[in-house]
Design a binder for this molecule. Structure first.
Ligand code: ATP
Ligand code: MG
Length: 248
């Protein structure tokens, strides 16, 4: 049993969730490595949500509220870490959820589909091969997307996306939003809005923002989006990392 008094308690709880999901066959082999990379960045961030991350989250929620067909793309890691929070956020902004796996296997898609059903969300997209289309007709598994989901979406939230796929998405003309603890990843650099934060903090925070912004004037939301510059915000996110500390 993990003790709550342990200085790394929260982080170890997340690590346990990833290990458990891996044992259950929900994750690709490289998923633990991706999680570890995220952990390292989060450590340097003090495991806290920064001001630039919050700013990007407000813009994200505004974009999702104003969009016709917003979609949240999920993989094994995001599901293992925050399935209930993702479902709640999707409902708050009226978005669809689509399973999109970098290393897609039918077995893992089926397991994730079942998990969403078990958590009260049977409408999950991306679980049916018949529904698959290719973004910009690129016949590459990296470009695959569900017809009524990512393929026809105007705004896509892609937490923990891979750079190759982010590049294809960014060329599609859709609004691409990512949650990635690494401000230097290709995904962060290529997205229209980059939230440099842990998905476990960002997703529930955005549900709260949605409760606030839903009743606001649409012009106000448009103004927030117009005033946002992702490059400047990413630079600010990068400056939030603590890479110098006195060793006592
Ligand atoms: P890219 O392909 O975009 O250049 P990468 O190859 O460095 O990025 P990937 O392994 O493709 O990284 O994707 C994993 C990314 O997800 C990493 O940048 C990692 O920092 C980030 N990450 C891992 N866990 C979390 C988490 N819980 N919350 C937010 N980001 C995370
Ligand atoms: Mg990558």
């Amino acid at each position: 049993m993990l003790s709550k008094a342990h200085p790394r308690y929260e982080s170890l709880v997340l690590r346990d969730k990833i290990v458990k999901a891996s044992k259950e066959g929900l994750l690709a082999d490289s998923a633990m490595i991706a999680h570890g990379r995220g952990e390292a960045f989060d450590y340097l961030l003090g495991e806290k949500t920064t001001i630039p991350a919050k700013r990007a989250m407000y813009v994200t929620v505004a974009l999702m509220i104003l969009s016709k067909n917003p979609v949240i793309s999920v993989n094994g890691n995001t599901t293992a870490l925050a399935i209930d929070e993702i479902i709640e956020f999707a409902k708050a902004v009226d978005a669809k959820i689509e399973i999109n796996l970098f290393y897609r296997t039918d077995k893992r898609v089926d397991k994730l589909t079942q998990l969403y059903k078990d958590h009260g969300y049977p409408e999950i997209l991306g679980s049916n091969d018949d529904d698959i289309m290719y973004i910009n007709e690129i016949k590459n598994p990296r470009a695959s997307a569900s017809k009524t989901g990512i393929y026809s979406a105007d705004t896509i939230l892609v937490p923990l996306e891979d750079g190759d796929r982010a590049e294809i998405l960014s060329k599609s003309g859709k609004n691409i939003i990512t949650i990635d603890l690494n401000p230097l990843s290709r995904t962060s650099k290529m997205s229209d809005v980059s939230i440099v934060d842990n998905v476990v903090r960002a997703i529930p925070f955005m549900t709260k923002i949605a409760d606030d912004l839903k009743s606001q004037d649409k012009e106000l939301l448009k103004g927030m989006i117009k005033d946002f510059d992702n490059k400047t915000n990413l630079e600010e996110s990068l400056n939030s990392f603590k890479i110098k500390e006195d060793i006592q």
